[in-house]
Design a binder for this molecule. Structure first.
Ligand code: CO
Ligand code: CO
Length: 372
């Protein structure tokens, strides 16, 4: 499996004339090697050369045994200890993978992950190399999920379906957003999740008018809309669901915006097919809300890619004109947010199949009116 990913990386590097990519401990390294290191203060860098030489892993000596045990592909290891520091190990790794001539050659790094510490060390070890951004190349590799990834994502979605159901069942008047958030976290673990995809969002009453609300001690009241946005991690892969419920009777306006958001979610999912663009999907969902008179209140993109990271390409937004392939996974999450009234968002995770869009999350989308 990982050798196939390495082969695709090598092809992409060759096409773009990269001599190598040099990766931090993060999602891309996990994707290629199965290794899940956290970037501490000690230099840890993996070098994947385009010339077919075995990838090199420069790492603290105390991490060596763990890396050798868990690496999902063949690598050469360059451990360093605290007394000596990493520079010689990095220089040796560069020499063994790229040779002594580095001037003018392209080294791809993750602009969103690499720190000045690693950047300076790399410049020193590979004099004259041109350091460029490898994030787009790597994102492209990861966008199409293989069977193993789709199985993990399906499981992550089933876990969050179960967890959100059990979370909603425990809502009571007088409970706070933070209390429900803690319940949601517990239910994700109880349902088999390794943890949360991100800090869950519980936005109640007027707070639901803010798409990225920070949970507070506000207590639930009769008539509240409550937005619950949460996700589960399984084998490193994430789910991301949002449902909006109402405590006792909804106002006529709350019911109206709910029906519009639901119709937009349905329209966004229905239009998905191989080759569609993010912009077209965004338009399909947005048109419903605009036609209903609430276009100015749908204040974010329709969705984002999902996988090892909670936000990754493709983005479901105007200007996203790349045809999307079978195997791409992303969210559909239209919303309406009205200051002083509240908001509604309904979010599902989908995968493009030959037949169209398949929803991985399947928890009930109809308005749930809690009688509590
Ligand atoms: Co979400
Ligand atoms: Co989302």
């Amino acid at each position: 499996m990982n050798t196939d990913r390495l082969a695709r990386l090598t092809t992409a590097m060759t096409e773009q004339d990269f001599a190598a990519v040099v990766l931090m401990p993060a999602a891309n390294l996990r994707y290629l090697t199965g290794l899940t290191f956290h970037p501490g203060k000690r230099l840890t860098l993996a070098i994947f050369p385009a010339n077919g030489t075995t990838p090199a892993f420069v790492l603290p000596a105390m991490e060596l045994a763990q890396a050798q045990t868990h690496a999902g592909l063949s690598m050469s290891f360059y451990p360093w200890n605290d007394a000596d520091g990493p520079q010689q190990a990095l220089a040796d790794a560069i020499a063994d993978t790229l040779g002594s001539h580095t001037k003018g050659r392209l080294l791809g790094v993750e602009y969103t992950a690499m720190r000045v510490m690693e950047m300076r060390a790399l410049e020193h070890a590979a004099p004259g190399a041109e350091i460029v951004d490898a994030v787009p190349l790597l994102a492209n590799l990861r966008m199409v999920k293989d069977q193993e990834e789709l199985e993990a994502m399906t499981e992550a979605a089933q876990i969050i379906d179960a967890a959100i159901y059990r979370t909603i069942a425990q809502i009571k008047i007088g409970m706070t957003e933070r209390e429900l958030s803690a319940i949601c976290t517990q239910e994700i673990k109880a349902a088999g999740g390794e943890g949360e995809s991100f800090d869950n969002i519980i936005a109640s009453g007027p707070n639901s008018a803010s798409p990225h609300h920070n949970n507070t001690d506000r207590q639930f009241q009769s008539g509240d809309l409550i937005i619950i946005d949460c996700g589960a991690r399984y084998k490193g892969y994430l789910s991301d669901i949002t449902r909006t419920v109402v405590v006792n009777e909804p106002s006529a306006e709350a019911r109206r915006i709910y029906e519009l958001v639901l119709a937009a979610n349905n329209a966004g999912r229905a239009v998905i097919r191989p080759g569609i663009t993010g912009e077209q999907i965004d338009q399909a969902a947005r048109t419903v809300i605009t036609a209903g008179g609430f276009g100015d209140y749908f204040i974010h993109r329709t969705g984002h890619g999902l996988g090892l990271e909670a936000h990754e390409p493709p983005y479901i937004v105007g200007g996203s004109t790349m045809p999307l392939p079978v195997g791409a996974t992303f969210t559909i999450e239209p919303g309406i947010y009205i200051n002083g009234v509240g908001g509604v968002r309904i979010e599902d995770d989908v995968v493009i199949t030959e037949e169209g869009g398949k929803s991985l999350t399947n928890f009930d989308r109809e308005l749930i009116v809690l009688q509590v």
